[in-house]
Write a new protein. Sequence first.
Length: 436
Amino acid sequence: MTHIRTRKDSTERLTKVDLTLSETTLLEVKIEVDVKKRLQTILGFGGAFTEASTYNLSRINPVARGKAMKAYFDPVEGLGYTLGRVSIHGCDFSLGSYLYIKDYDDTLESFDISRDQPIIDTILVAAKLAGQPIKILASPWTPPFWMKTNHSPIQGGKLIPSYYQTWADYFVRFISAYEKAGVDIFGVTVQNEPLAVQRWDSCIYDHEEERDFVKVLGQTFEAHGLQDKKILIWDHNRDVMVERAKAIYDDPVARRYVWGTAFHWYDNEQFNEVRKHAELFPDKHLLFTEGCQERGPHFDEYAVGERYGRNMINDLRNQTEGYIDWNLFLDDTGGPNHVNNLCSAPVMFKIFQEEVVLMPAYYYIGHISRYVRPGAVQLASSGHDGLWYVVFENNDQSKVVIIQNEQDEDVNVFISGLGDEIRFTCLKHSISTLLI
């Protein structure tokens, strides 16, 4: 058995340490694993290839660039990422709003993805490091401005129904162009955050509008031989994900075209909504598609790492099949972002020094993504409150137990169901991965 730990106020970062049990620790937690109760299969883990991320890569030297890419995509020394997300043309973490067509070109004859070539090149480099294609999920932040009720890429607005087919055709052009360039588009979401009226690229869909567009998009994919491409709805926060999903899945035609529900975390961690979705719609899939620490770069803030671990463990326990973080790489301002919506990323660059900084979030993600491989299955587990934990079995039958302790006290943990009882002390403000 191998024990890997990351711990606050120490140098331990994904560090192999001995498994020890304290005789003086007062707090105890018992965890029981049911190896016969197998839950969801894991699709993978990854991050978003935003224009800001690829631009930041171009601002540092080749050695630092290679280190940064390896940190995410190397399956042994990095995080083992196999998923990614791209925006269909511009988003707030682009260098500016842009489209793939000329203004008012409803024929789509001017369709051109050449601006995305640095993004495509980065995805292809990532695939070489990963030793397999990176499966890409694509999401639009807005349709072209003249297709919307507010005639603007920003501040919401709605897609005009007469443009449903043209916009669906735009998706097809995008997928075809990216795949011709060698990128595997696994699926698409209908709209990023369809209830958010933003000062950056955004568009609003109520449940009826999303349902109706899904039908057009699904039929269009079928007509072009793209029925293998997954369509995901919602792509917004957990808080009303069940309400949105039910409204769409209640329609038998729309339901047939939808693979599952995508969601984000900007909602005060309403994990029960993810559980409810899994219970109500067991034939549909769950994929986490965006989360980050907002409002600046947050260097050296350990709590950001704990936020990642807590969210990932709870969503995975509730049968989420994969996790896609937001920007792969941001600079030391938390950008660039063309509307100053600055954030943090697990890997940050100090641009002047050309330094790659692995943040606490990086290590917390790694406790899961490095060891829980695509194809792994969650094993049911239960126990007392006080710790966050989840258990998986990989395809090679190895078991992975992840336990996070956010308390200010150490906790003795007793794990049964995986052979001999496992006994160890989970130190305060730490995350442990046990490989069995």
